[in-house]
Design a protein around this ligand. Structure first.
Ligand code: GRF
Length: 186
């Protein structure tokens, strides 16, 4: 199969990146990770790029410069899809428009609930009985693009932000790969 070329944007631990890379080693998985971009030099995720010999770029500069340089690279490498995985910078409307329909993100809540940061704290504060994660297309508004896949987990009264994060992230790994498969299935 001819795989689509993906670039994964990260800022932190990169466990979703690791999981996408693992899935992509399957012959039938529709994408190949051809580039990793980080805006954080200390992002642990860079180690996964190194480990799997995937080209990576670390770039910490203002948004305009960052996007200009990265855009060139994405074109050069003929990237088909951008997967945001814990990328903490907000992309400009212009950048999103240029890659319209080809940027996806994973968010640690059941969107449209709990957009933005600190989802686990807020979910607990509001005594939610369930939470989860969502993979969605990126549009010009934060965490608001069309939903591709959600995975739900129950919350019990012993949960805290740490346990919730662990459980949600476990679902994220499955959700991200399923979403990518879903996007490219015929
Ligand atoms: C994930 O929980 C994701 O939902 C959020 O950022 C976190 C990134 O974790 N957007 P990692 O860098 O993939 O480990």
């Amino acid at each position: 199969m001819v795989k689509k070329k993906a670039c994964v944007f990260i800022s932190g631990s990169g466990t979703n990146l690791q999981s996408i890379i693992k899935s992509s080693r399957d012959y039938n998985f529709p994408i190949k990770v051809c580039l990793v971009v980080s805006n954080n030099k200390k992002a642990k995720g860079i180690l996964f790029a190194k480990k799997f010999s995937i080209p990576y770029i670390y770039l910490n500069t203002n948004r305009q410069k960052f996007e200009k340089i990265i855009f060139q690279k994405l074109i050069e490498k003929k990237i088909d899809i951008i997967c945001l995985a814990g990328f903490m910078k907000i992309l400009s409307k212009k950048f999103v428009r240029n890659f319209k329909g080809n940027i996806i993100n994973i968010h640690p809540s059941l969107l449209p609930k709990y957009k933005g940061l600190n989802t686990f704290q807020r979910v607990l504060k509001f005594n939610e009985k369930f939470t989860g994660c969502t993979v969605h297309y990126v549009n010009e508004k934060l965490d608001s693009g069309k939903i591709i896949i959600k995975r739900k987990i129950p919350i019990n009264n012993k949960d805290n932000t740490y346990t919730l994060k662990k459980k949600v992230q476990f679902e994220e790994y499955k959700a991200y790969s399923s979403a990518i498969r879903k996007i490219f299935q015929n």
